[in-house]
Design a protein around this ligand. Structure first.
Ligand SMILES: Cc1ncc(COP(=O)(O)O)c(C=O)c1O
Length: 419
């Protein structure tokens, strides 16, 4: 895609965009808002607001406990839909449950126990904090150790660097498919193959990947995966996460939270834990029905758009943003802190600048919402289903203006002092 710095180019792209009508399916209380933070909290689909109202008013308010007849399978139904449209997973392998953090713990502990002779867990030192903390805790509980692979903050994990740290003491390798800071996209097929060649299991964090890039869990032979639903899946703040366990592994794994929702003949209220066969054994307690209904709606909408078209537009939006950054922002002291090659990038672009924090605050005041990530990164997440090319042009122009005019100087330089 050639970059023109003329705004009319963006207008032409919007006019030809096959996904453009889907923008109207979201709540836009402020139509002038430029929202480039859907990789943190996705927008509200109008269908989700209606569905939640229906679940609350009719199913809860009217049906009360009788509604459990419909609710009881919802976490698996929503999981299968997610598997079909966005994760490349055949039915019976995805469950909507708990948070990403809790699911990581359940699967990491189960994997460690399944590779009893091996006492090392590998992740990278730039992986998302909760992943590093949970893996360290799970390893410590099992007398294992966490081995941290050093990764370049901007370019992500490579096969060469991973090969150097995975030996026959490794039980589990856990990585993010799309890096939260830079957007670097790991090669899932190649890295999974490498881990398997060395006899370990692999657990992918899909938080910044699900709904943004095509994921092929079955085809790549992935063992385990987790991810959240409040980013690109637009299921809302605190909506339940998902987990994937390949059919081949399910019977061999025992998860550590022996809750009654994973129990065989649950309402027999039996004396001892005896997990159901299949993905249901990775459930723990009572599922969040309102949140899971929102996951189902969010996935339906993305399914309608099609992950192929979403990815294509995600690449075009991020390429356009990088092109405008090259033309306008690099001369002002910004550096690209994401992979330049589209095939190695998810759907967000990160720019490095010593004043990233204050620039981010000044932009929010102007109605251009991105976010800041340590140590000096401005993270911009165009979301293919809602972001227009003109939003990218307007955001880049606003960043240029704020930086040129030093309009950020009226904001505190200390991120810790401002919420
Ligand atoms: C890559 C990644 N993993 C894990 C998490 C944590 O998810 P949760 O707080 O929902 O458990 C996040 C949250 O943003 C994330 O971006």
């Amino acid at each position: 895609m050639t970059t023109s710095t003329d705004r009319s180019f963006a207008q032409q792209q919007d006019a030809a965009d096959p996904l453009a009508p889907l923008r109207g399916r979201f709540a836009w209380d402020d139509p002038s808002l430029i929202y480039l933070d859907g990789n943190s909290l996705g927008m509200l689909p109008l269908a989700t607001a209606d569905r939640i109202a229906e679940v609350v008013r009719s199913q809860w308010g009217g049906g009360l406990v009788r509604s459990w007849r419909d609710w009881v399978d919802l976490p698996r139904r929503a999981g299968d839909l997610l598997g079909e449209h966005l994760l490349g997973a055949a039915p019976g392998q995805v469950l909507v449950s708990d948070s990403t953090t809790v699911n990581l713990y359940k699967l990491a502990r189960a994997a460690l126990d399944a590779r009893a002779g091996r006492r090392v867990v590998v992740t990278d030192d730039d992986n998302f904090p909760t992943d590093r903390y949970v893996l360290a805790g799970a390893a410590a509980e099992r007398g294992a150790q966490l081995r941290l692979l050093h990764t370049d903050m901007d370019s992500g994990v490579t096969a060469e660097s991973l090969a150097a740290v995975v030996d026959d003491s490794v039980a589990l390798v856990s990585l993010s498919h799309v890096a939260y800071r830079s957007g670097a996209l790991a090669d899932m097929a190649e890295l999974t193959r490498l881990v398997h060649e060395r006899g370990a299991l692999v657990l992918w964090d899909l938080c910044h990947a699900a709904g943004a890039v095509p994921v092929e869990l079955d085809t790549c032979g992935v063992d385990l995966a987790v991810g959240c639903t409040y980013k690109y899946l637009n299921a809302g703040p605190g909506a339940p996460a998902f987990l994937y366990v390949s059919a081949a592994l399910q019977e061999a794994l025992r998860q550590p939270i022996q809750g009654w929702f994973g129990q065989r003949d649950q309402f027999e209220m039996g004396p001892a834990y005896d997990p159901v066969p299949g993905i249901g054994r990775f459930a723990a307690g009572t599922p969040d029905i309102i949140g899971t209904a929102a996951v189902e709606e969010g996935v339906r909408l993305l399914g309608e758009a099609g992950i192929g078209r979403l990815r294509e537009k995600g690449i075009r939006l991020t390429e356009y943003l990088i092109g405008l950054a090259d033309a306008w922002l690099i001369p002002l002291g910004f550096e690209l802190a994401s992979p330049r090659e589209a095939a190695r990038r998810g759907s967000h672009v990160t720019l490095r600048h010593p004043e990233a924090w204050r620039i981010c605050q000044a932009l929010i005041r102007l109605g251009v919402i991105g976010d800041y990530r340590t140590p000096d990164r401005l993270r911009l997440g165009p979301v293919p289903i809602t972001t227009r090319y003109t939003d990218i042009w307007d955001a880049a122009a606003a960043i240029r203006q704020v930086t040129q005019d030093k309009a950020y100087e009226s904001y505190s330089a200390d991120p810790a002092r401002v919420t």
